[in-house]
Design a protein around this ligand. Sequence first.
Ligand code: ZN
Ligand code: ZN
Length: 150
Amino acid sequence: MTAEDVSLTGSCRCGATHIVLNAAPFMSSACHCTGCQKMSASAFSLTAMVPAAAFRVTAGEPVKGGIRGPQLDHYFCPDCKSWMFTRIEGMDFVNVRSAMLDDAQWTEPFIETMTAEKLPWAQTPARHSFPGFPAPEDYQRLMEAFATAR
Ligand SMILES: [Zn+2]
Ligand SMILES: [Zn+2]
């Protein structure tokens, strides 16, 4: 499969907002921070990271909610308020909430972050755990490991 063939679709709870990823995610993760717990109404959030150029909203007009800048913006379906993706200031990737994707294979987290705040019972199959977030210099190694593992 060439990069041009990738078309991973997803949608919100009500179906009004649709997204498409035209590149395979380069990382999948779970975040255990208390902010993600509240916003996902669950134990952790799930993320598929994709280059910004490969991400498109194909239906609906997502609105900002959650934390609104200045460092990051959380985007929601305006109708059902599903938390769909996050853009981080200055970064050329988008953190897509994996639970929106139609293809469940991208929901398994390869890394987990912010385990310092995790609920005591919460467990994921992530292969690499971080009490905070990985250092920027660690990401290259993690991305290569993720690509090899798939
Ligand atoms: Zn919706
Ligand atoms: Zn988080």
